[in-house]
Design a protein around this ligand. Sequence first.
Ligand code: FNR
Length: 381
Amino acid sequence: MLARRRLPRLVFDFVDGAAGREIAAAKNISAFDEIELQPRVMQDVSSRNLRTTFLGSEYDCPVGIAPMGMCDLIWHGADRMLARASNRFNAPLCLSSAASCLIEDMLSWTEGRAWFQLYVGQSMDHTLDMVERAKTAGYETLVLTVDVPQVSRRVRDLRNGFEMPFRIGPRQFLDFAAHPKWSLTTLVNGAPSAKNFPTDRGNSGFDRGASRAGADWAFLNRLRDLWPGRLVIKGVTSVADAKRIQSCGADAIYVSNHGGRQLDSAPAAIKLLPAIRTALGPDYPLIFDSGIRSGEDVVKALAFGADFVMLGRPLLFAIGAEGERGLNSLFSIFTEEISLTLAQLGLTRPGEISRDVLINPPASLTEKSTQLHITKSIKRA
Ligand code: FNR
């Protein structure tokens, strides 16, 4: 893989790595390979349209950019590249709390398309300050991530001595020296930092290891009162949690196992999606990520009950491999793959995707919920 060659090992592993033995991360991907779609023939699919309305906005395609901290670590200017891709492909971009650019800048770069992702970090005052900044800047959608009570043991990061700010010992020095293009660019532009944290601890106030367990039920209720816009809860995989979050007044749930970066024994996130769709009903907005690697995967996630899908690691690898050109190609390839997959299934719009396209629909995706889901999808499209 080109990104593996171009990036220092420490940086590549920060993106590619996951919790423990990385079994959950591998399962996220292999679970998609097990899902089979039923081709259909002799339909007029010559005119296809991927436009999707989600959470009150219209997007070119049911795909957005997942929140990822420290993107500028992959390449200087990666945040700007993602913002331009968000505009060019009319896709929402979810800005991480640990972003390497300012909350205010991203909303203006994306012409209002950005959502803001919140971690309840080391200081409640700082957390609430970020919420206030997002509100003042004009963000309409806030995504609270709840699946990182503690950052897990990510063995590759530990092995590589990955720390923010960088600790450069002999091992890291050799790694950087073997990747001079990345190292010189980073040296000239300065090492990225988590820009929305106060800089009172060395280069960055962001404490990557600090507990984020403040994102509890009481905080959710408090945030619901504080945040007038749309509130999305990210990192949910349990039906019981999903139902309780729905009853707390969240506007959408983001089903994700953090790309396998948190609990290595977690099942593939896609396997848990159908039961959540059935439990929450056909109309409740559901976002999905974790293991999406192709346009066909996007179609599979929609068939399993998602309304919208977010891309994670593939975007950063595309930037690591070929910068902005790589990122734009990746978006174009995903869009084309989704469209071509629809054609193979005899469909012309994402709203027509239902469990009927699956060879073996999961039992938890009930007939009733899908019938309603289809009716809703057709109305929406
Ligand atoms: C993440 N993810 C993440 N999630 C979040 O809510 N806030 C964050 O700051 C980050 N940071 C982050 C950094 C990096 C380098 C990665 C790879 C991931 C998780 C991310 O939003 C998403 O859930 C996963 O990336 C989805 O898995 P795949 O599809 O990338 O394997």
